[in-house]
Ligand binder design. Structure first.
Ligand code: NAG
Ligand code: NAG
Length: 413
């Protein structure tokens, strides 16, 4: 009886609480602001946002409101693409650029265009290609507030060519590049270049797995044991001729390719689907990976790009960007040049040579780490930093152990 009473009073409390909340909510601010307050609150809950005090919350609310208004007024007109709220919606575009578009450093040395581009004689027959459907793309990763897009871009290209050459999709370590590729131009969370990352992987004799050398979203010191434990090797890389979409198409038809683009526009910050047609500037500031191409039903051609901002940005973490803009006739040259650099291709492909992951850590914790990684991939989970991830891993592990020890005994359920 006591137990029943306790359960009943819990129910009663919940009901009462709901009524009270409804009453007070209706007496807050009237009209649009009130519903925007509610949306901000829901958004905060969804992305686990916490503000330090009322002043900061008020400030962030104003930015959120202005972003939401932009998103809605843009979506109300018909475009090739649409916008939506995501984890960046309480940031101004300036803040967003400073935090998330600081990772691609333009090379200080001029890029030598190869005399004989590897793929110059490739003829591309297919109108659509998606390397995901061929198993050459790992799940979307999340770089967090660390300007290491260059590492994610080069790792994704390496993961792709390894799967194509060796038949195994192995998630590889961005953290190794951040921690260990520090003797050239690359600067970890402060930015870097994909060509230098490829050079590092070649000189180092390969790169370790994500599981063995996991991501921390922060600079760290190089773990030389892990650095010397390579799962995948590449034998070389090559730049695709700049500003040539035809060359890029040939390269992407053979393998995923690292590319740089300009992501500075507010619409890039809130891109949520469709084919992104700009606007954009010519300042290359972000690295991603081209993993396919296609043509829309209305004839618009696009590149399919993998980003590293988690799955809540973009189209589940991906973006389609307009392609073959240089084919447009009758535009002024300046406009064509500007649009080209939207897609702005300083491109690299990594060509891998053999070897496979044989040295993954043995033992229980490692396999639990692996299961956690797989679980994260399955449910599209991303953690803000290594500490959060470690904390969640411990909870995951404890829950898994409970599940398994429970299931090991015979029960009704
Ligand atoms: C509120 O937090 C902001 C940002 O952390 C800080 O700059 C400001 O001084 C705080 N204001 C008050 C009244 O505590
Ligand atoms: C492409 O074909 C031309 C003409 O046959 C040849 O000279 C050139 O070496 C080829 N390029 C490559 C990269 O194989």
């Amino acid at each position: 009886m006591a137990l029943i009473m306790r359960k009943l009073s819990l129910l009663a409390f919940l009901l009462f609480g709901a009524l009270a909340a409804a009453t007070s909510a209706s007496r807050i601010l009237p009209g649009g602001t009130s519903s925007m307050v509610k949306r901000h609150k829901e958004w905060m809950a969804q992305y686990g946002k916490v503000y330090r005090n009322a002043t900061e919350k008020e400030q962030r609310f104003e930015i959120f409101k202005s972003n939401m208004e932009h998103i809605e007024s843009f979506n109300a007109r018909k475009h090739e693409y649409w916008l939506g709220p995501n984890q960046f919606t309480d940031l101004t575009n300036e803040e967003f650029n400073a935090i998330y578009l600081s990772g691609y450093k333009r090379s200080t040395s001029s890029r030598a265009t190869p005399r004989n581009f590897w793929y110059e004689n490739v003829s591309v027959a297919a109108t659509n290609l998606d390397w995901r459907s061929k198993g050459a793309v790992t799940p979307i990763k999340d770089q967090g507030q660390c300007g290491a897009c260059w590492a994610f871009s080069s790792v994704a290209a390496t993961e792709g060519i390894n799967q194509i050459k060796n038949g195994k999709l192995i998630s590889l370590s961005e953290q190794e590049l951040i921690d260990c590729d520090v003797n050239g131009q690359n600067q970890g969370c402060n930015g870097g270049l994909m060509d230098d990352a490829f050079k590092f992987i070649i000189d180092n004799g390969g790169i370790n797995t994500e599981i063995n050398y996991p991501y921390k979203a922060a600079d760290g010191s190089c773990n030389s044991n892990k650095e010397s434990n390579s799962a995948v090797k590449i034998s070389g890389f090559e730049d695709v001729p700049s500003n040539s979409e035809a060359s890029l198409l040939k390269a992407v038809s053979i393998q995923p390719v690292s590319v740089a683009l300009d992501g500075g526009d507010p619409n890039f910050q809130h891109y949520a689907g469709g084919i992104f047609t700009g606007p954009c500037d010519t300042e290359l500031d972000h690295a991603v990976t081209a993993i396919g191409y296609g043509i829309n039903t209305d004839g618009t051609k696009y590149w399919l790009l993998k980003n590293s901002w988690g799955t809540s940005w973009g189209d589940h973490g991906y973006i389609k960007m307009q392609r073959d803009i240089d084919a447009v006739e009758g535009l002024s040259m300046a406009l064509i040049m500007r649009k080209l650099s939207l897609l702005a291709f300083l491109l690299f492909g990594a060509l891998a040579a053999a070897t496979s992951a044989s040295r993954i850590l043995p033992g229980g914790t490692s396999s639990m780490v692996k299961r956690h990684e797989e679980w994260m991939a399955q449910y599209g989970k991303g953690y803000r930093n290594a500490a959060k991830k470690a904390q969640r891993f411990e909870i995951f592990k404890s829950n898994m152990e409970h599940i398994e020890s429970f299931n090991a005994r015979k029960r009704e359920y």
